[in-house]
Design a protein around this ligand. Sequence first.
Ligand SMILES: [Zn+2]
Length: 106
Amino acid sequence: MNDVKSFRKEDVVGKTVIETSGTIRGEVKDVLFDLNGAITIVVEGKDGQDWQVPIRRVTGISDNVIVGSEPTTTATPSGSGASCKFCGASMTPKERWCPSCGRSQT
Ligand SMILES: [Zn+2]
C-alpha cells in the first residue's frame, strides 16, 4: 500500500493542520482547486485568519494534516511588483495571497 492515495475533501476538512516542526497551525476549512490542477488547502488559523497551503507543502494526511515548515527558499527579487511581507517571495501587487507561503497580505 505504497501507492499514492487519493483523498476526498471530507477526508481533510476539519482536520488539524500541524507543521513538521510540531506547530499547530489551525484547522482545515476548505479545499480549493483550479483548472491548472493546483490544489490549495484553506486553513482557519488559530487567530481566525484564513491561511492557504499549496498541496505541495502537505507532506502527510492521517489523523492530522502535516505541512512542511515555511519554505526557506531564497526569494527571487524582481525589480517590479511587490513581495510577500512574510517570506519575501515576489508576487504581483494584486495578489492577495502569497503564492509561496500562502499567507494573506491584507
Ligand atoms: Zn510569502
